[in-house]
Design a binder for this molecule. Sequence first.
Ligand SMILES: CC1=C(CCC(=O)O)c2cc3nc(cc4[nH]c(cc5[nH]c(cc1n2)c(C)c5CCC(=O)O)c(CCC(=O)O)c4C)C(CCC(=O)O)=C3C
Ligand SMILES: [Fe+2]
Length: 318
Amino acid sequence: MTTKIGVLVMSYGTPESLEDVEAYYTHIRRGNAPSAEQLKELKDRYEAIVGGVFPLRENTDRQVASLQSALSGDELDKEIEYVCYQGLKHARPFIEDGVEAMAKDGITEAVGIVLAPHYSTMSVGTYIKRAKEKAETCGVNINFVESYHLHPQLIEVLGRRVSAKLELFAEAGAGKDDIRVLFSAHSLPERILSIGDPYREQLLETSQAVADKAGVTSWQFTWQSAGRTAEPWLGPDVLDTLRELSKEQVEYVLVAPVGFVSDHLEVLYDLDIEAQAVAAELDMRLMRIESLNSDPAYMAVLSDVVRTQAAQMKVTES
Ligand SMILES: CC1=C(CCC(=O)O)c2cc3nc(cc4[nH]c(cc5[nH]c(cc1n2)c(C)c5CCC(=O)O)c(CCC(=O)O)c4C)C(CCC(=O)O)=C3C
Ligand SMILES: [Fe+2]
């Protein structure tokens, strides 16, 4: 007898095409269309990183397919059949579409997980809220993985990626003390701190653990990709951090964007184009660690936390 468990794999979502950027941006802005100027600015950034398929779409598709394989591969787990569904925050298939597809397939028990390791009420919290609300109306019992920011295999794979780039710097002649490692993540409005949100703390915990794993002593945490709104966002921003480090005569900088798991705008544009340009201006060498994308080590992290979550549910055999 096998029990079917749905796995709602949630991610931010990206436009399907350049024409789709306006609708996507409007969705992010909760239905308020961007100004012509804002739209052009975002389109220009996408144009700089897109060669055909939008990278995040390709990466999310691959991650969901790879997680499906990872969850199907285990002979020991034959009494549970996991079926993955994609649910995106700001693009099709939306979170609600994923839940509906599960229900249509007759699934009544599900686990939800976000392709972002750190919990914030403003990020993962809103994915969960939407999935839960839809699941209630569809008769699907769904439980969520809220965060996995200290999973040993996650720390291990990120540590390896940091070490790999540090070796490249060493080959280029950098001494260990000449290199600064910058851990980074998407900024959020400062007000999250006053409501006891765990986001910042979890990011610092990941950073410390990865630094320890890679034997890095000279590191700091910095934010990136802050929204362009009137309210204050968490800082310092990575571009300001680079300028500060330049004043300290730091020549080699390795950015580890541990808040992200895929190549997308914040990595391919905000770091690889924008931050690289600032580093060049300051005559600094900037590298970043490679994104996890569908690395089997990351898939092992996801399948482990999904299985653990499923085991905690009272599953009724079908
Ligand atoms: C915490 C967080 C994550 C990480 C966790 C997670 O992954 O969930 C994340 C990821 C992403 N953010 C992305 C894209 C965008 N985010 C924007 C705007 C915003 N992000 C916010 C938060 C986050 N965002 C917030 C509070 C806003 C302000 C508007 C609002 O209050 O909601 C805007 C508008 C323009 C701009 O401000 O730049 C864009 C285009 C993409 C896709 C990139 C691609 O398509 O390649 C990804 C993976
Ligand atoms: Fe965002």
